[in-house]
Design a protein around this ligand. Sequence first.
Ligand code: DTR
Ligand code: ZN
Ligand code: ZN
Length: 311
Amino acid sequence: MKLSVPGRAVAAALVAATTLVTSGSIADAAPAAAAPNIPVANVKAHLSQLQSIATANGGNRAHGRAGYKASLDYVKAKLDAAGFTTTVQQFTAAGRTGYNLIADWPGGDANQVVMAGSHLDSVSTGAGINDNGSGSAAVLEAALAVSRAQYKPTKHLRFAWWGAEEQGLLGSRYYVNSLSSANRSKISGYLNFDMIGSPNPGYFVYDDDPAIEKTFQNFYTGIGISTEIETEGDGRSDHAPFKNAGVPVGGIFSGADYRKTAAQATKWGGTAGQPFDRCYHSSCDTTSNINDTALDRNSDALAYAVWELSA
Ligand code: DTR
Ligand code: ZN
Ligand code: ZN
């Protein structure tokens, strides 16, 4: 509507509002597309592939090792087949070549970019299936769900898989530093997923940005799960470079090597006095080191936030 004719604009808005009210149901208005349920079997199938990649490459998917590049090639092929525009960003860190994978979903407002990302590297001591095959597989499956739905969000969607997180957030920092300040300011939010299928899970939500936090909170409230604020990892994952550059950030986390308290076991189940992930950074971080219920809920939370924040 033109601002030069405010009277008309207001009148038109009133007519529209009246129409909605008198028609008796807001269902008559075109509803925003609802986020899909993410099939956890698909997420687990990606985890099996990442496990096989580690097994075939010396037991890990670490920065600078063959298992990392093979992981990236696996994710990239899925995205290319689904219609994403993918970019591999190469960098050098700790004397080895590293890679970030960026996948843009064509369309949406390029001045309002919503990003969801996870680190794809493991430590060298294991396959890294909860840390962080879980986030990587869930972000991949959410991206594939965008393609299946042929979702047309208002904002532009971008998905990312970071290299060299375990070396000190090197891939995500490289990406943020590589953006012009104009392009940085177009990112309306960055959502981070690092460890979302912990075997003795908690449900933690980052509290960095109130609107993003509220979005995740609404999801968990809707499925009857109480959450806690994530305080353990401040600055310990790939959202930190974005936050430091002034980008609003958020995310979810199911716990690492800290122990679950009795109060937490009462509300979430699981075992009090045991770590959320007893295989954190160990050789037992395999496909057996995943709680399917947590992975399922958190994958759905991820998709919900992507849909809601880009609508
Ligand atoms: N950055 C993770 C470990 C980690 C520990 N606490 C948190 C809290 C939130 C996200 C991540 C983490 C790793 O990759 O080892
Ligand atoms: Zn780690
Ligand atoms: Zn991690």
